[in-house]
Design a protein around this ligand. Structure first.
Ligand code: ZN
Length: 132
């Protein structure tokens, strides 16, 4: 276990652009404002989604592509650094017209219909990622 103490820095309330890539948009919000550590939550709707499931045996993500409009019931995650690069780690829960839920690790390729996001910057710590 690793426990760190952080303070909340700036808070950003965002509406993402129609047709933008969800994962890229979250990274851009942090990048353009010099945010190196943060947590965020988002709700809204997407035009399609690509989520991943981490195969613990194979040690790689298996993609699931959902090529239809979906509600974003919740998307949450964190922003950290890998070297000089900002890394966004996000998980997402989605639902379809039947109320059927899907979810997983948010992958590139998920296109925004309308998404509202709140990002809370963490100061006093650095979320640094390394290869395990
Ligand atoms: Zn994940």
């Amino acid at each position: 276990m690793s426990v760190m103490s952080a303070t909340q820095g700036r808070m950003f309330v965002c509406r993402l652009d129609f047709d933008s890539d969800l994962l890229d948009s979250i990274r851009e919000i942090a990048e353009e404002r010099g945010v190196k550590s943060a947590t965020f939550t988002a709700i809204g709707a997407v035009k399609n989604a690509v989520v991943g499931f981490y195969d613990q045996k194979e040690r790689k993500y298996r993609d699931l592509t959902l090529d239809r409009p979906l509600e974003v019931l919740n998307c949450s995650g964190n922003v950290g650094m890998l070297g000089e690069q900002i890394i966004v780690h996000a998980h997402i829960t989605l639902s379809d017209v039947e109320g059927q839920a899907y979810g997983g690790h948010l992958m590139k390729g998920t296109r925004v219909f309308a998404v509202e996001l709140v990002m809370k910057e963490l100061t006093g710590i650095e979320l640094v990622r390394e290869f395990d």
